[in-house]
Ligand binder design. Structure first.
Ligand code: PEP
Length: 250
């Protein structure tokens, strides 16, 4: 089980220091915790965390190794600043920056080449779900966004229905299971030679301390990607505890 925090463009640097101190005060092993931080926070917070079990990640990287890309950050820079993983293809990047699945795949290749693991986000809009196209959209994103030769042990997938992100709306448990099953059965096809069962697929979209246990108990759900609730150490701890409880049952 993996519980990953997506801080997005939050919080202030002072609050981030307090938050990370709160998160590092407890262990939730064997649950794996990842914090996807604003890039300027990587160096100071990786120094502060030292040998902590918490992994740090970037929220995006450029598809080129270096060059004239004002305002962008390379995979090697993230790695050198304390990240061991990068979040790619988040729906806010796809919507606000026009990122296509082809671009996400190019970024993933760059990240993998520079020693970063990748968590690749997939998800349908409300319109696509209402039109009955949710599964087709997500599977198409999966086929294109994940490079064929991605090593299974360096890949995580986050299924995040766009309409559930930051809205308080959570997909129904039946819809989550259906999509996670579809992704799990597609993985061997999209990745030659990969054992699908080894690629964790986490759910994201308004996960909180109240609903995490029910979501984590679902088949083929290997944890969560958490936005809003990850900015509260107590709520995030409770979500991690739900993941740990689920692991102790299975
Ligand atoms: C996210 O940003 O990936 C996310 C899931 O946000 P929230 O938990 O706030 O819906």
């Amino acid at each position: 089980m993996i519980v990953a925090a997506n801080w997005k463009m939050n919080p202030s640097f002072d609050a981030a220091g307090r938050l990370v101190a709160g998160l590092d005060a407890c262990s939730f092993q064997p649950v794996k915790r990842i914090l996807f931080l604003p890039h300027p926070y990587l160096v100071p917070l990786s120094v502060r965390l030292g040998q902590s079990e918490i992994r740090l990640g970037g929220q995006d990287c450029h598809q080129d190794a270096a060059g004239a890309h004002t305002g962008d950050v390379s995979a090697a820079m993230l790695r050198d600043c304390g990240a061991s993983i990068v979040l790619l293809g988040h729906s806010e990047r796809r919507a606000n920056h026009g990122e296509t699945s082809e671009l996400v795949a190019a970024k993933a290749r760059q990240a993998l080449a520079h020693g970063l693991d990748v968590m690749i986000c997939l998800g349908e809009t409300l319109g696509e779900r209402e039109a009955g196209k949710a599964e087709q959209v997500v599977i198409d994103q999966l086929r294109i966004s994940v490079p064929d030769d991605t090593p299974h042990d360096r890949l995580m997938i986050a299924y995040e229905p766009v309409w559930a992100i930051g809205t308080g709306e959570v997909a129904s448990l039946d819809d989550i299971v259906a999509m996670h099953n579809a992704i799990a059965s597609e993985l061997p096809k999209s990745q030659e030679g990969v054992a699908a069962a080894k690629v964790p697929v986490v759910y994201g979209g308004s996960v909180n301390a109240e609903n995490a246990a029910a979501i984590f108990a679902l088949d083929n759900v290997y944890g969560g990607l958490v936005g809003g609730a990850s900015l509260d150490a107590e709520a995030f701890g409770s979500i991690c505890d739900s993941a740990r409880t689920q692991m102790s049952k299975s």
